[in-house]
Design a protein around this ligand. Structure first.
Ligand code: FMN
Length: 249
């Protein structure tokens, strides 16, 4: 069990990959095992689109802003919330599906996310490197077009996959006290909140970001540079539009 414990303690995202193929059979085997993940009513409301041809990757990478992890990855796995397949099965089986609504999107998004994380965990325990690309939700509309996703199928996660070139950077985490509570949500004072984030504020790589970006605090790096309000709002609108177009709203 030690190796399992070590895996969970040591795991990290990988953004630099070797020029070494990941066999289709290996990806299939990972996905088959990930399909044992829990799923809403065992409906399996997900589909994963594997892009590994250079032509497909060339179209997708700019939509992931050519992020380092997208450039060297041997495959991009776009995991989609999918109520299309299940609804069609209902229709051809004399049942009337009622899944063109937001609750159904949430169910499919949860199934897809849990499935995606299971893929990540299995791939990493087999020695592969992975990195999620959050840009999948920023440009979900254009990615949907490229992957020819039908109604009620929306991309929610993308996993860059390959053999690690390096082991990736170690990252910091909040303390247990910050993320778990008993019975009721805690009422932290401002000072307590500050204290919870001291480990992040003081983490050398984070302190470096603050300096490089000429900011006063790590929080400002998040609010002003990484995830600014205007950007969040623009991508929110586009994602909501996509949900309407795909008949989830
Ligand atoms: C939903 C989600 C989206 C992410 N998007 C990106 C991304 O676009 N680019 C990237 O380099 N890493 C991305 N990551 C990876 C996180 O940056 C990483 O998990 C976090 O910094 C913790 O580092 P670790 O995974 O190495 O422990 C994403 C992770 C998640 C869960």
């Amino acid at each position: 069990m030690d190796h399992i414990d070590n895996y969970f303690k040591e795991r990290r995202s990988v953004r630099k990959f070797m020029d070494r193929e990941v066999p289709d059979s290996m990806i299939d085997s990972i996905i088959e095992r990930a399909m044992k993940a829990p799923t809403t009513g065992n409906m399996q409301l997900y589909t994963v689109v594997i892009s590994r041809e250079e032509e497909a990757l060339e179209k997708l990478r700019p939509l992931h802003f050519n992020q380092p992890a997208s450039m060297g990855a041997k495959a991009l796995l776009t995991v989609c919330a999918d109520f299309n397949r299940f609804s069609r099965w209902c229709e051809v089986s004399g049942a009337v599906p009622g899944y063109d609504n937001f609750l159904s999107f949430i169910s499919a998004m949860l199934d897809a996310t849990i499935f995606a994380q299971q893929i990540v965990t299995i791939a990493e325990t087999e020695g592969l490197g992975t990195c999620y690309l959050g840009t999948v939700t920023y440009n979900a509309d254009q990615i949907s077009d490229i992957l020819e996703l039908p109604d009620m199928v929306v991309p929610v996660a993308c996993i860059a996959l390959g053999w690690p070139e390096d082991e990736g950077e170690a990252t910091e985490r909040l303390s247990l006290e910050a993320v778990r509570c008993f019975e009721k949500y805690p009422k932290f004072s401002d000072d307590e909140v500050k204290r919870l984030y001291v480990a992040k504020d003081d983490y050398p790589a984070n302190a470096k970001y603050v300096k490089e970006n000429h900011k006063e605090s790590l929080a400002q790096v998040f609010t002003d540079i990484r995830y600014p309000k205007a950007m969040n709002e623009e991508f929110s609108m586009r994602f909501l539009e996509l949900l309407k177009q795909k008949r989830f709203l």
